[in-house]
Structure formats: C-alpha cells, structure tokens
Design a protein around this ligand. Structure first.
Ligand code: PRP
Length: 195
C-alpha cells in the first residue's frame, strides 16, 4: 500500500494541468472556515445550536468535510441532493430535488456549501426553495466560481477561488463520476471527455 500514489494509479495523467494543489485548497478552506465562523460569531445571530451547514451532494462532499472540520463553532449538518440534467460536461439548468434536508430550517441560521457555481441555476433554484421555509438567514459558500458562465445573476457569500471556464475535476468534482477523490483540482484533458 505504501507504493500507492496518484502517479501510480494514473488518474493524474488525465489532467492537462493542475489548477490548485491539495495544499493550496487546504489552506484556502481553513481561511474560509475561520472567516465564516468569525462572521457568524460577530453577527450575534447564532443560537446555541449554531448554523445548519448544508452539503449539496455529491460534488461538495470534500469541501464540506474539510470546511466544517475547521469551523470552530457549534454546527449541525444536513444534506440535500439535486439532480441537474444535461450533458456529462455541462448542466442544462433544469434541476429537481432528489433528496431533501432531514431537518426543518425555519428560524435557523443556514449555510449552503457547494463545490462550484457555473450557470448559477442550481443555487438560484435552491435558494428560492429554501428561502420559502423561512430560515433566520441563508448564505452560500462555494469553493469555485466560474463567473463567465453565468446564465442567471448569482453571487455566493463566500468563494474559495474564481476560475476561468475550463473543465475541472478533482476534490469532489467529477467527470462521469470519476476523479472526485483526487486531492487536487486540475483541468481534464479533452481526450478524456470528448467522444
Ligand atoms: C454541479 C455542481 C453544482 C452545479 C453547478 O453538480 O456540483 O451543483 O453543477 O452548476 P450550475 O451553476 O450550472 O447549476 P452536478 O449536477 O454535476 O452534480 P454533482 O454535484 O453530483 O457532481
């Protein structure tokens, strides 16, 4: 097992470049976790249970797990699953709910955690849906932002990195369900997704 590394498995060879190393990601995620925690504490708006931090499955799992691990405040966790229709490399913007939150969010402080904002359609849909449940506040933290891809206006409250319009995988982001477990984020070689 000691010999097993990304080089050896060959997954890294499918990347044409590494956009963000695991170390860069970890460092930014720690900064964001502290910033978010400070904002909630300064707000005076937290109850004893703290915010409900919501993970949007599946792409956000890595970011979510690291972010909450470094947030030094009480939180509760919940998960939501959205299905967006489209090709394997771009969403069509049509979204539907596959798994709802387990808990109620009325009157609660809520932070939604997402891996990437692309067209903005997924988060617009989610914010509309969750706002209707009357949370005390509703904010969004997204690891990556591709502002040039927006089809609807959308601005996350917290962003890890703004990136160009390249097809990226790793650290939760997939192509056809692969590459999510890479610790870094890289640009996928076109021959890996073009027919
Ligand atoms: C991806 C990503 C976001 C959404 C962003 O999800 O995780 O949820 O697309 O795109 P948008 O801003 O254009 O709506 P995907 O449907 O690929 O599912 P996954 O999270 O399971 O990978």
């Amino acid at each position: 097992m000691d010999k097993l590394n990304w080089e050896f498995t060959g997954m890294e060879h499918d990347l044409e470049s590494i956009l963000l190393t695991g170390e860069q990601i970890q460092s930014r995620v720690r900064e964001l976790a502290n910033l978010i925690a400070e904002d909630y504490m300064a707000d005076g708006g937290m109850d004893a249970r703290g915010p409900v931090v919501v993970c949007i499955l599946k792409g956000a799992v890595m970011f979510y797990a690291d972010l909450i691990r470094f947030m030094p405040i009480p939180i509760s966790i919940d998960f939501i699953s959205i299905s967006s229709y489209g090709s394997k490399t771009a969403s069509s913007g049509e979204v539907s709910l596959k798994k709802d939150l387990d808990g109620k969010i009325e009157g609660r402080v809520v932070l939604i955690v997402e891996d990437i904002v692309d067209s903005g359609l997924t988060l617009s849909y989610l914010l509309r849906m969750l706002s209707a449940r009357n949370p005390r506040s509703l904010k969004v933290a997204a690891l990556l932002d591709k502002p040039s891809r927006r089809r609807v206006p959308f601005q996350a409250d917290y962003i890890g990195f703004a990136i160009e319009d390249k097809f990226v995988v790793g650290y939760g982001l997939d192509f056809d369900q692969l590459y999510r477990n890479l610790p870094m984020i890289g640009v996928l070689k076109p021959e890996c997704y073009e027919p």
